[in-house]
Design a protein around this ligand. Sequence first.
Ligand SMILES: [Zn+2]
Ligand SMILES: [Zn+2]
Length: 394
Amino acid sequence: MSLTQWLIDLEANQAETTENRRYLHAHPELSFQEKETAAFILKTLQGYGITDISTNVGNGYGMVATITGGQPGPTLALRADFDALAITEETDVAFVSKNVGVMHACGHDVHTAALLSVAKVLHHHRKSLKGNVVLIHQHAEEVLPGGAQSMVEAGALEGVDYVFGIHVASNLPKGKIGYAQSYATAAADSFEIKIQGKGGHAARPHQTVDSIMIASQIMTDLQTLVSRKVDPVDPVVLTFSGVEAGGTAYNIIADTAMIRGTIRTLDAQVRAFMKASLIRLAPHIAEIQGGTATVSYIDGYPSVKNTPAEVELLLKTMTGQFGEENVIKLPTMMGGEDFSYFLEEKPGAFFYVGGENNDIQANYPHHHPKFKIDEQSLHQSGQAFLALVAQYLL
Ligand SMILES: [Zn+2]
Ligand SMILES: [Zn+2]
């Protein structure tokens, strides 16, 4: 059996793939609440004759199904997420969301429908597989703490050798495959620093502890972590995105101040250093001036780091399937993605399938109420998954 036959089968199933995608799009559910979506996936997989399925994997409705090949070989995991966002859809599509205030505005409906059809084709041809395929249908990618980490902890990757994930992209022309050489996304953490000084009259600063001065000192000193403490070749962004203090009158020294910000990093060690330094230094700086600072730090998803050998094989597979001109190397995207937890455990890669088409206004950013994606990306996602499986298991 050959990849050619799989692709013919996938194409013959295109109407069903589209129907599934449009059904999912019309019935979006929020992260951690995807009960009906999970039921739909389960019913569909069972309808194809797949029986090795675990439900409620991890901290939500995650699902793991295994297609066991006819011959021994490696196990390849393919991941598709299935949650939607708290957005009121403003597109003109016929299959617009029926759940008011909830929308598949990131394309996870596309990932899910593509993987379902891939499962159908592979189950049908399972005897010719030299190895196994694990289908990871992941809940709750959009909301911290996400579903991926808990699925890994629940054993979703047990016995898995390689893991791949896709994301459709409304900023990548349809027909194109995008990939990052190493880091696909950055780790995005956030923090809040509460400063307690001692308020008083603006004319008598010596009787006060000025929380605004403390805030200024903290912001200035912490920036030197980036400029003086981190290797210049390791990207770090430290942004103070909000400062609140005083402002009620000209003659009052502010009692308290609040700083909010975000730290973006690629390397895990740099990330840990920045977090530890911020938590350690902010209270010291406040103390020098006689105040206190309390830091609350929220860990975002780690960066998605593709492994070199799998990127190379992905590149070879995609150029072979879609032509060199349709495979584009992309820079690291700074948005978060919890596929990182899978790649912390197993080698693999995360890549993008283009769905931008100006003719149908499929060019709004992800998470926009007018977000739309060309359905060519739906079929290409399936083709890409199958080509990868063929590369590893035929
Ligand atoms: Zn998203
Ligand atoms: Zn997404």
